[in-house]
Design a binder for this molecule. Structure first.
Ligand code: 2P0
Length: 333
């Protein structure tokens, strides 16, 4: 039997993906821009087997929930449709990041699954096509196919035109010595899944359309700042984009609020760091945890300052730029 393992890392968006224009194809309302991390890899193994009558999914060896198994099976259906190989598969996925805590475990997971499954089923995909496939599992997974700074284009139109034009690609910019200090305020599974929260925001928040318009301007300015190696401008835009995204959620009905008291305490500390002359800028995803962008040379000082607020050094991870998805095992047994 041929089993293929792939590894992929999470990414943190500096310009966020929040809202879809096509729920089936996962076509986003906005173009997003992210940094793939070196930390928290997910390893996913796919082994198609002729005797199986359904896909069997495990999380680090333990049977996965029915909901997660169904999501993986629907994803594999896309791969089977593309390859003509109808076999079901054994799939194991092992995260090193707390699941469901707004730390993008689904991005790393579906990027690794897309690469492992495409390889195991013999789909010959170029990187752009692989990112489009990963997008079908989870939108943000399109970005984790690549390392470093990555842009995921919203694309144009819906249906096939939208599908073809909404892909991720690495941004060719001079290397930037940036770090993301991850402050784990709370690692419990979130109350509202991001998919539902996005839907509610798009359909009910009066603040959503202005954020979408602002996001396009943020993108142009951030790409210029990345080209110029201007971390301060990248950070200012990232923080504004994230706070704006959370404002759109607060305007939804019922409101979605991921920011917790501990989140605000970290935001206060980030402001204090800036007032003290240390460049530090915060971004938050679909959860209470905060990622603080800073120069790598300041990361230890930023980590120490934020650790005082979250109460324990083990709640801080200093993350840096990392690689895209790769095959890490090709086993015959
Ligand atoms: C992002 N997030 O750009 C944004 C910011 C959360 C906040 O992408 O429905 O798990 O599977 O496409 O990719 C989380 O959303 O959502 C996310 P689906 P996904 O990183």
């Amino acid at each position: 039997m041929n089993s293929i393992a792939a590894v992929a890392n999470p990414n943190i968006a500096l310009i966020k993906y929040w809202g879809k224009r096509d729920e089936v194809l996962h076509l986003p309302m906005t173009t997003s821009l992210s940094l793939t991390l070196r930390e928290f890899p997910t390893t996913t193994t796919v082994e198609p087997r002729p005797e199986l009558t359904a896909d069997r999914v495990t999380l680090a060896g333990a049977p996965a929930s029915e909901a997660f198994t169904g999501r993986v099976a629907r994803f594999l259906d896309l791969v089977r449709a593309g390859s003509g190989d109808r076999r079901y598969a054994m799939v194991d996925t092992a995260n090193t990041v707390p699941t469901g805590a707004g730390l993008a475990s689904s991005a790393a997971g579906f990027a690794a699954l897309a690469l492992a499954a495409a390889t195991a089923y013999g789909l010959d995909l170029d990187p752009r096509a692989l990112s489009r496939l990963a997008r079908r599992g989870s939108g943000s997974a399109a970005r984790s196919v690549f390392g470093g700074f990555v842009v995921w284009w919203r694309g144009e139109g819906v249906g096939a035109a939208g599908d073809l034009s909404s892909f991720a690609e690495p941004i060719d910019v001079p290397p930037m010595d940036a770090a993301l200090v991850v402050a784990l305020v709370d690692t419990r599974e979130k109350a509202v899944p991001s998919r539902e929260a996005m839907r509610r925001t798009v359909s009910t928040s009066p603040f959503y359309p202005p954020w979408v318009a602002e996001s396009a301007r943020h993108l142009d300015r951030m790409r210029a700042a990345l080209r110029a190696g201007d971390l301060a401008t990248v950070g200012e835009i990232a923080e504004a984009n994230a706070l704006g995204m959370h404002a759109t959620m607060l305007g939804a009905r019922p409101a979605v609020r991921y920011l917790a008291a501990g989140t605000l305490a970290v935001l206060d500390r980030v402001q204090e760091l800036r007032a003290a002359g240390i460049g530090a800028w915060a971004t938050m995803d679909a959860g209470p945890n905060v990622k603080v962008l800073c120069d790598s040379r300041d990361s230890a000082a930023v980590a120490a300052a934020v650790a005082e607020v979250v109460g324990a050094a083990e709640r801080i991870v200093i993350a840096t730029s990392g690689p895209g998805a790769v095959i890490c095992g090709n086993g015959h047994r």
